[in-house]
Ligand binder design. Structure first.
Ligand code: NAI
Ligand code: PYR
Ligand code: MG
Length: 567
């Protein structure tokens, strides 16, 4: 590798010279290279004469950003900046986090993924192909990164991107987006991360037929080939980068849980949609429960959309109820899960194995109104019968929480807790303005994608984002600082608890989750709690003591140009 971070000397050392410096985004600082650096690195005459400060560069980049006509154009602009000058990209993102997160992350990242093969400029990570698994190791090595150089790898197979489905190779952008959030929120060093696209094909006809489509032009492979490929990836990644956390993002429901179950006991690994989402949802509930004044164990919880995220949520809620003193049976009975064929009920055809534990007994629902067209008991009937106090949406079905459903819920719950968590924005099961109108301002709300505050009767309701972005960055940072080699349930519960402690939702209009402006402090709190939990579970390989918060803060990477030395 031409450049290397020298941690003893605290400087970047490079053998690159001239144009090669300017085309490497981890080295390039464009007009901010000092006269001395320009001479040392053979850049004299290759950049305009004026030397700018990073502040000036950031101000100019922000002007350019603001001049972009659409959100997609803003995304493309930021991607290009990322490709040109990584530090400046992170500086800009950090300076304008609440404004730019919706551009690099949900909702606009969804559009960027749909448009990937059209907006493509430069590669963005490592593209591994199921057709040539023998190249996995070589491709990972080609990054030039050594065994101690990687803390984190975010991988996707692009099958279940947010709620927009299978986008094949374009899915790489969700891995890139998650990594941007890791750095912006928790200061994970971007040099020490990798985005990986596990290209197993796509079942989206429109991509297969598109001459510009950049991924493998065949359908998704069968399970045997798929599993062998995933195994080859895990084997190579753990061999080459033994300390790295393997983060899985947006896998289809048939694979997400299977992969997690297969590796979680033996590999340092984390499924964001199952575990991160479960933790942020639990945090929202803990904060909402405090504001509602009703203990968690007295709540009746309906989860709409019993897939990867929905059942991940149900599992962590169930664990929290059990930790609060309920038996497994009692805890499970507090949760009603509704999927595409209605309420999960015993004996229902086509249930996934991970859904079965939430299926209700048939005698319990015998008198409930079925919808023959749907093939089961619809959400509206479940809400009527159950009178839930909590309604969670992870269905990807925009508008599914109708006025009728919400008004029925609000007849019985004083402070209904409603979390339309589906992304991107257009797939939210309901929007905050409607929810507040239908509940006369009583609903406690958090949404998966960002929403503006709502004004009502002189109160400003700020809407927290029930998004795993409140959890995974701090989880990663805490795990790194603790030198963890596993992600345990206790670490997830600790993350949820730490997020919930960041807010007090008792004041009128207060959000139940911390706002994005506070994402960094939230992530630090999560990291500290996670590091302590890792130590308590015996999976930490570094000392976690009273100095842990200091160490977490010291580990936060800052977007400043480090000293650079030509070698
Ligand atoms: N806010 C957050 O942090 C997160 C939000 N999500 C969102 O949750 C949604 C689902 O994501 P995944 O669980 O990964 O997908 P998934 O495909 O695993 O799950 C979706 C589930 O919804 C069900 N469903 C589909 N149509 C339905 C209908 N008409 N009625 C009831 N259920 C229906 C499907 O059968 C499936 O079980 C997406 O929109 C995603 O963006 C996912 C992860 C994190
Ligand atoms: C936030 C996220 O992970 C999702 O919507 O899939
Ligand atoms: Mg996801």
């Amino acid at each position: 590798m031409k450049s290397k971070w020298n941690s003893t000397k605290g400087r970047l050392e490079t053998r690159a010279r001239g144009r090669a410096v300017l085309t490497d985004p981890s080295l390039n600082r464009g007009t901010a290279f000092t006269p001395e650096e320009r001479r040392e690195l053979d850049l004299v005459g290759l950049v305009p004469p004026q030397v700018l400060t990073q502040d000036q560069q950031a101000a100019r980049a922000y002007l350019q950003y603001r001049a972009q006509p659409t959100d997609l154009a803003k995304n493309v602009f930021l991607t290009a900046l990322h490709d040109r000058n990584e530090v400046l990209f992170h500086r800009l993102l950090g300076d304008h986090l609440a404004e730019m997160l919706p551009i690099v992350y949900t909702p606009t990242v969804g559009t960027a993924i749909e448009r990937y093969s059209y907006e493509y400029r430069r590669p963005a990570g490592v593209y591994l192909s199921v057709d040539t698994p023998e190249d996995i190791e070589r491709s990972l090595r080609a990054t030039g990164l050594g065994p101690d150089d990687v803390d984190l790898i975010v991988a996707t197979d692009g099958e279940a991107i947010l709620g927009i489905g299978d986008w094949g190779v374009g899915g790489i952008d969700i891995a890139v987006g998650k990594l941007a959030v890791y750095t912006a929120a928790a200061g994970i060093d971007p040099k020490r991360t990798l985005a990986v696209m596990l290209d197993v094909g796509t079942n989206r006809e429109e991509l297969l037929e598109d001459p510009l489509y950049l991924g493998n032009r065949h359908e998704r492979v069968d399970q045997a080939a798929y599993d062998a490929f995933i195994d080859a990836y895990v084997t190579a990644a753990t061999k080459l980068f033994p300390g790295a956390l393997l983060h899985w993002e947006d896998f289809g429901p048939a694979n997400a849980r299977r992969i997690l179950d297969r590796y979680r006991e033996t590999v340092f690994t984390f499924n964001d949609d199952i575990q991160g989402t479960g933790a942020v949802n639990l945090a929202a509930l803990l904060a909402g429960v405090k504001a509602s004044g009703v203990p968690l164990s007295d709540h009746r919880i309906v989860v709409f959309g019993a897939g990867t995220a929905g059942i991940g949520i149900a599992d962590q809620l169930r664990d929290a109820l059990i930790a609060g003193g309920l038996s497994t049976q009692q805890a499970t009975a507090r949760i009603w899960s509704v999927d595409r064929y209605g309420l999960l009920t015993q004996g229902q055809d086509g249930m996934r194995d991970f859904q079965i534990r939430y299926a209700r007994r048939t005698d319990e629902v015998a008198g409930w109104q079925r919808d023959e067209h749907l093939g089961g008991i619809p959400l509206a009937e479940v809400v009527k019968q159950v009178r839930p106090t909590v309604l969670i949406g992870t269905s990807g079905q925009g508008g599914a929480f109708t006025e009728d459903i919400v008004r029925t819920m609000a007849m019985y719950a004083e402070r209904p807790i409603i979390l339309p968590m589906s992304n991107p924005t257009r797939l939210a099961e309901a929007v905050p303005g409607d929810l507040l109108a239908w509940t006369e301002g009583r609903a406690l709300i958090a949404t998966g994608s960002p929403f503006d505050p709502v004004e009502r009767d002189g109160v400003t309701y700020r809407i927290g984002q029930a998004n795993n972005a409140l959890v995974f960055p701090g989880l990663g940072l805490g795990a790194i600082v603790a030198g963890a080699d596993r992600v345990t349930d206790r670490m997830l519960a600790a993350a949820a608890d730490a997020v919930a402690r960041q807010t007090d939702a008792t004041a009128p209009g207060a959000p139940i989750l911390p706002l994005i402006d506070a994402l960094h402090e939230t992530s630090v709190a999560v990291a500290v709690a996670v590091a302590r939990a890792a130590a308590a579970d015996g999976v930490a390989h570094r000392t976690v003591d009273d100095t842990v918060e200091q160490r977490v803060r010291a580990a936060v990477w800052q977007p400043v140009y480090p000293p650079i030395k030509a070698v």
